[in-house]
Design a protein around this ligand. Sequence first.
Ligand code: ADP
Length: 447
Amino acid sequence: MFDKVLIANRGEIALRIHRACQEMGIATVAVHSTADEHAMHVRLANECVCIGPPSSQDSYLNIPAIISAAEITGADAIHPGYGFLSENDKFAEIIAEHKIEFIGPSAEHIRLMGDKISAKEVVKKLGIPVVPGSDGEVADITKAKKIADKIGYPVIVKAAAGGGGRGMKVVHSANELESAIQSCKKEAAASFGDAAVYLEKFLTLPRHIEFQVIADKYGNVCHLGERDCSLQRRHQKVLEEAPSPALNSDEQSRMGDIVSKAIKGLGYVGVGTIEFLYENGEFFFIEMNTRLQVEHPITEMITGIDIVREQIRIAAGLPLSFRQEDIKFSGHAIECRINAEDPFTFMPSPGKIKDYHAPGGLDVRVDSAIYSGYSIPPYYDSMIAKLIVHGKTRNECLMRLRRALAEYVIDGIKTTIPLHQSLIREPDFINGAYDIHWLENYLKSIK
Ligand code: ADP
């Protein structure tokens, strides 16, 4: 097992990884920007190294500074968390060249899945159903029009290298197609350094359902069930639940088996998430994330498996500590992402937290690195906490979530807690009757 892990991230996920390491007897190294000197992960880590100024480009994305920090402190592994460098194949490669273990999959798998076009091709061959669309990149507008006519409007133009809900454009008719492709290409080149785009059928009433997989270096693969992440704003997840209120256990295990087989065929090692759109009883692959997900705790709550601990064990060369038949899905879990934003206009609201009280009690978990007196810097993602609640049934989980949200005090800044409080009282949400467009429509309806 590793003696020391460097955590190449910040915020709640840096703390989450620190906690797993401490429970495994592993020392931690926090790296931080000058803006994060007083951050909780920095205060709690066994060692810390300042790696640059506030801008992410110069700190959390600064590969030479992070590698130097690992060398100076003698860390034998690096955990990238999510975001930042977690899906950067070059980072994984450079770490390996320095004889440091990357806690994640191989650089080759990151590369393969990072390009959504190659990802679709690969998983299709492995027996996973994909969204109908262009076979590969669309470069030529005449060909693109033909493909769109064939799959039928509306279609969605997507950047091969896209992520974080960016680099996508919905097109409703042929005369909008050319300009959508051009603007998507431009945005993709500027944001991701790769202008390639492809076409997909735009599904009008789907749910977003994803499967968590985990695989060791010895060919053992398990799936940890699904998460329903249909509540989204601007293609970004706001609240997630596990299991999905839309699936029965037969559908869950059937799809879980298909996914596990594909992951085995791929020779993938580590944790990963296979994302699908689910419409009229059918699954359509959209992408695979080759890292830990923000929403991993809801899976932990219904399986009792510490995913980060397993991830570290796998990187250290240990076999999975369970088999598929050992995994028992128990109860229901929901996660609310709490952002430092106005709950209804979504204007960012960084600043000093004057008063802080986190909810507690049975089956309530708060993953957050904020505290009373902490100043949220304006430079990074606005998510400041995740409230995760478990119950024996979905109804019990909902009642507990209401109670926990009511207890949560974060004073001094605006947060999205009031949004969660109101949306979980909506009859559609209570009945589990929502798709990926539901939240946007709801937000329009309450304006
Ligand atoms: P990202 O990598 O940016 O998260 P995804 O491909 O995972 O991009 O898509 C994010 C979200 O965008 C999906 O959860 C869904 O809401 C929407 N989306 C993507 N592809 C389609 C599609 N073909 N039809 C309808 N919605 C889509």
